[in-house]
Ligand binder design. Sequence first.
Ligand code: FAD
Length: 473
Amino acid sequence: MGHVGIIGGGVTGLAAALSLSKMGSDITIFERDDTPMPSSPDEAFKWDRRGAPQVRHSHALLGRLHNLLRDFHPEVLNMLIDVGATEINLAKHMPATLDDLSPHPNDKDLFMIAARRTTFEWVLRQAVAENPNVTIHTGRGVNGLLTEEETLPVVKGVQFDDGSSSFFDLVVAANGRRSQAPKWLKAAGVQLPEEVENTGIIYYSRFFRLPKGPELPFGDRLVAGDLGYLKYGVFWGDNRTFSITLTTSDTDKTFWGIRNPDTFDAVVGNIPAAAEWLTLGAEPITKVHSMSGLLNRRRTLIGPDGAIIKGFHMIGDALICTNPLYGRGCSTGFWQAHLLAEIISSNPNDSFTQAKEFDSAIQKHVIPWYEASVESDRANLKVGTDSDSNDDGAIRKSILRDGLIPATQTSAKVWRAFMRMMNMLETPKILLEPDLSAIVMETWGKRHERDAEPPLGPNRSEMLEQLQIIDLN
Ligand SMILES: Cc1cc2nc3c(=O)[nH]c(=O)nc-3n(C[C@H](O)[C@H](O)[C@H](O)COP(=O)(O)OP(=O)(O)OC[C@H]3O[C@@H](n4cnc5c(N)ncnc54)[C@H](O)[C@@H]3O)c2cc1C
């Protein structure tokens, strides 16, 4: 393909460089953050990644990402394990209450990676940097595209913050959710079509480390739940680290105090499944990081007549980003990079066809996840609180809580489908297939016959009372 310039050295830019360089292209990555290569996971954790502030938050690294590494870049998976990450074999965490505990051939795909996002990105950068045909420039920001006008604008290179420029055969923007690409394209006379929806949440994350001795309390359930007014999750990291994330509505000022570490820990202390992780002498290793303004957004470089620009692609969060709650960003970013590299390699000198084929691949593989995120967020925004109103959103939530979740604890078929869906190994609609939804609905139908599940945590007023904070809603 000649020489490809990649804007952004986050997960997706590095993933594109990894795949494209193996296919023989010369690659130059420009990363604005001035981040020399760290020498250990803990040094990487201190990285000044202000261009990707989400690295300070919990990251689930799903089966889709694990399997892309396993099948195409095993050296990266091995390097991750060597530096203290873990492959989580989900089949080993099957609930003992399932109706069939026998192994299934597809379980070989049911693996996640337990690592901090910074550890993952550090390892990925090392693997990429080892390729002789890749050059990584850090502390080098791009602030525009060099274009020429033919029948369509054609990108010929990039312009840097300091006014200098470089020419490339192809430019790929992997510069994240704050990508300035729309502005650059506008300067070339191209309006980038996009659709945006607010996720309606604020994210709060804190990292901890368990001292040597006790084991992390891995059980047979993912530690994640929804209290209605607050969602929580515990994420396994590398090197005895783990993180806890709490999310609340971005309009609920009552919980803004969660940024205070004592309040954060007190909230966690009131949620039994999460509190268990703090009882083994775990020490906090960060303050509480918060992030708002989280969007679902999709863009496309395809208009009614095909590509709207030549010599240019966008991938990762710059193209499509979704609510981080679902933990899919790194997997979809890596997947996009992989798909783009394959398409470039099959159509090396035709960026118009590349764009068309890439868009078809995105529509097939990634957009269903975007749509699922938007649909769930809309339902969540509708229900909002822990009240038991009788609208569609509340019924949907009840089916989830009293049908799907209990069915994942009793039916091996539902557990597997759920785990495969959560890990992006099936389509988001898999659980609507008749044989699976029949089990879920049967379980839901019998909800009044079962002993009520103990609540996941206090309701809103109990939590406020425990924390001694005033309801500002
Ligand atoms: C709070 C939060 C939690 C998340 N949790 C998860 C999770 O659990 N699991 C998961 O898979 N995903 C998660 N994500 C999503 C995930 O972080 C992103 O999807 C992923 O980082 C996207 O990778 P990217 O390479 O496209 O963008 P980024 O990782 O954001 O990288 C973009 C890079 O481009 C650089 N850059 C920007 N502009 C320029 C420029 N002009 N010139 C040069 N460089 C530039 C930036 O410095 C940055 O390094 C989360 C996101 C958030 C916000």
